[in-house]
Ligand binder design. Sequence first.
Ligand code: NCD
Length: 315
Amino acid sequence: MRHLLSAGDLSAAQAIEVLDVAEQMAATSGRQINKLPALRGRTVVNLFYEDSTRTRLSFEAAAKRLSADVITFSAKGSSVSKGESLKDTALTLAAIGADAVVMRHPASGAAHRLATAGWIDAGVLNAGDGTHEHPTQALLDAMTLRRSLAGTTGDLAGMRVVIVGDVLHSRVARSNVLLLHTLGAHVTLVAPPTLLPVGVSAWPCEVRTDLDAALAGDDGPVDAVMVLRVQLERMEASFFPSAREYTRRYGVDATRLAGLPAHAVLLHPGPMNRGLEISAEAADGPRSRIVEQVANGVSTRMAALYLMLAGSETP
Ligand code: NCD
């Protein structure tokens, strides 16, 4: 794997390799000394032009557990606020000797540009570009879904996943639809019509506007519900009449979850607007895998960095 820019670039075999290596990484995290020497002497730069908590912390933890040297760069407080271009920042990282660059950027396509412009030789991992993609989030979600299928082979083929919320602004939704489709799962996106992107009908999934109808599972029981954050910071206008109205029609709460099969799980990529798209009771309830998602994020990002920088030998 040279770069990881889009979940859509991964074949089923490649995605399963990342997920299998992530399981091996997870098995090492319970050890007393959870550090692996795999990336000793390699430099991983976290380049964050947009705010992040989980993604930045887990990439940093992942690189450190693999013994890489980690430099975390946030655009605030750097020369970026003096107007420095992505090109000049990239040339600086190349001069420092970065082997991998993990980048989050508010512009869709930024990671692709960094990977292909010829400014830097490092592998590029897209940690979220605008409203476009967030491939490691989709991989950690797939790991979490696989783990919810206890007692089976962890094959996601045929699994039914409902993704509900602000699809319009969500890079998580697009990456998940692409990856889950590749892995053979069936995805239903649910959102108010104003929060669906143009062209969504061409995505490899079903699209609905009625959450209760989608959860009723007319064509098969729902195995997982993934709630997306309402991205208020990306909204200039109002996309729904009121927060209360949104919660009434699209909020996931214990009552809505009660009708699902006993094994069905609840995911949210974070950060959550508790009380808006998800109730506190649902977020902290027995179906919630939200904290596990974060732990799986470390294992998944270890796997991605490992496969990118150390090749495909067994860790
Ligand atoms: C998501 C993101 O930044 O795209 N969060 C994350 O990476 N855990 C989703 C969001 O911001 O709502």
